[in-house]
Design a protein around this ligand. Structure first.
Ligand SMILES: C[S@@+](CC[C@H](N)C(=O)[O-])C[C@H]1O[C@@H](n2cnc3c(N)ncnc32)[C@H](O)[C@@H]1O
Length: 212
């Protein structure tokens, strides 16, 4: 699947949003079989406050349909950046959609833009950046935390997002790397002591770029 392109039918491996109500929704990876605590393969049954859902039952269904839970019902939605922001596994504080909208607007990002962000964190902003600059643009994302980089990389692969690269790097002390000098339209920093990363960011921005 790809967050960037819509399709009609749910397949094994997709990420779907189980929408119960505006305050109760979940991102689910459609896997028929999962491993239990003892490492044994078991049927994947997702528990909600309105009862259980057999995840395998979603395969072949149309996105948007209503599904029955054991004590209620929900809709199964195609994932968007906004829904992902509301349901993603938090590894850090994240940026939410109202602020993301402002950031995209102020950075004047559009399809084809090249943008650098640090840190990646939980990848909330990164998903929106990737969609905004799609299909010809690119996002260079940096975080100094090894596990956050590995998890985010895996999530982007699972979500079919191909216009993002993530590197483990301390941008305050090491900068962003020679290979991306003077190619960015914009840089966005969401980390402690951002002023220490600004001096390096100056080297990445095109002459026409926007600095943040
Ligand atoms: C608040 S989180 C970013 C959240 C992200 N914007 C989102 O919406 O999910 C800050 C991240 O910056 C990373 N970080 C902090 N200092 C850094 C540095 N000097 N270089 C690279 N990453 C850094 C942290 O590891 C953390 O993951």
């Amino acid at each position: 699947m790809s967050f960037s392109n819509f399709k009609l039918y749910i397949e094994e491996g997709d990420t779907v949003i189980l929408y119960i109500n505006p305050h109760n929704m979940h991102a689910i990876e459609v896997k028929s079989i999962v491993l239990n605590k003892n490492g044994e393969e078991v049927e994947n049954v997702f528990q909600t406050t309105f009862g259980a859902l057999k995840v395998q039952s979603l395969i072949g269904k149309k996105y948007g349909i209503k599904v029955t839970l054991s004590k209620g019902w929900a809709h199964v939605l195609y994932p968007t950046s906004e829904l992902w922001t509301l349901t993603l596994p938090h590894r850090t504080q994240i940026i939410y959609t109202p602020d993301i909208s402002m950031i995209l607007f102020e950075l004047e990002l559009k399809p084809g833009s090249v943008v650098i962000e640090a840190g990646t964190g939980s990848g909330s902003l990164t998903h929106s950046l990737a969609r905004t600059v799609y299909p010809d643009g690119y996002v260079y994302s940096f975080d100094f935390h090894e596990n956050r980089v590995l998890v985010a990389e895996k999530e982007f692969a699972n979500h079919g997002i191909t216009n993002v690269s993530i590197k483990q790097r301390d941008v305050c002390t090491e900068g962003y790397g020679e290979e991306i000098e003077y190619i960015a339209d914009a840089v966005f920093l969401d980390l402690p002591l951002p002023w220490k990363a600004v001096i390096h960011a100056m080297k990445c921005i095109k002459k026409t770029g926007i600095k943040y």
